[in-house]
Design a protein around this ligand. Structure first.
Ligand SMILES: C[S@@+](CC[C@H](N)C(=O)[O-])C[C@H]1O[C@@H](n2cnc3c(N)ncnc32)[C@H](O)[C@@H]1O
Length: 251
């Protein structure tokens, strides 16, 4: 880290220390509602300067990260589900492959996400709130993914909630691909509301700990990767390393 970056980090931490705490979950629930323009709304979830940029970045993430595994082509394509769909950008490429695309999220701006999806002529989608996941039929989903979401949870309990629902709704031949914020210490690190800055990561998980939990729950790990490039057009290096790890698994 450069000296300039270090000073910026210390200043930011000091500022956070003396300001009021930010509720992590509540910030994800309410903040998107503040954005009127579509590009600003989309930018809240994944940095962008235009709708076109969002769409091309989503296509790249879908092709080169989320579905970039051997068995994707042979998967049944009746139904897929995204945990934390944000503005809906990844549901756009998903809708070209699957008959039905379900998005789960906690925010209060589903109307805006629907508008975005309809502007892309997408109709085969359903947006559902976190607690509605429990009403989805057991063993009915062929593919589940979550990208840049698990690192924004406020506790490991939330991870366990989703893993137990994945176990229930995934079809016996289905696949699940989860990207999560990695931690180099043991177990997990949760950022306290006093230290939390909106949009930043709040949960970091030691990959080994995550994989142990998956195995304990009876999942079979197919692939995992702990070192990935942040920007896909540049080689993996110290300055181009993603903060995420990924794990692909089945029941
Ligand atoms: C950085 S955005 C990523 C959105 C989308 N996956 C993408 O790649 O564009 C993080 C998303 O996680 C959602 N999120 C945060 N906590 C959540 C929770 N407990 N359950 C479901 N979604 C959550 C936020 O509302 C937000 O839409």
């Amino acid at each position: 880290m450069t000296t300039k970056k270090k000073i910026k980090n210390v200043t930011r931490r000091l500022f956070r220390f003396f300001s009021s705490p930010t509720d992590v979950l509540n910030s994800w629930i309410t903040e998107p509602g503040k954005y009127e323009r579509m590009v600003d709304f989309l930018n809240w979830f994944d940095s962008t300067s235009s709708v076109e940029e969002t769409l091309s970045q989503a296509q790249r993430d879908w092709d080169l990260r989320i579905t970039n595994f051997r068995d994707f082509d042979s998967l049944s394509k009746e139904c897929c589900l995204e945990i934390g769909f944000g503005g809906g950008r990844l549901m756009v490429p998903a809708s070209q492959f699957f008959t039905r695309v379900i998005g789960i999220d906690v925010h209060l701006s589903f109307k805006k996400a629907r508008e975005f999806l309809r502007l892309q002529n997408i109709e085969n989608f359903q947006l559902k709130r976190r607690n509605e996941l429990q009403a989805i039929e057991s063993q009915s989903v062929d593919f589940i993914w979550s990208f840049i979401v698990f690192q924004h949870f406020d506790s490991f309990n939330e991870v366990m909630f989703y893993l137990s629902q994945i176990k229930r709704v995934l079809r016996p031949n289905g696949y699940c691909h989860i990207f999560f914020g990695k931690y180099s210490g043991a177990g997990i690190r949760v950022v306290r509301p006093q230290e939390f800055n909106k949009r930043e990561c709040s949960l970091f998980i030691d990959p080994t700990f995550f994989y142990q939990n998956l195995r304990k729950m009876g999942f079979r790990l197919i692939e995992h990767e702990e070192m990935m490039p942040k920007r896909l057009n540049l080689p993996l290096s110290q300055v181009n390393e993603s903060g995420q790890a990924r794990v692909l698994f089945r029941k």
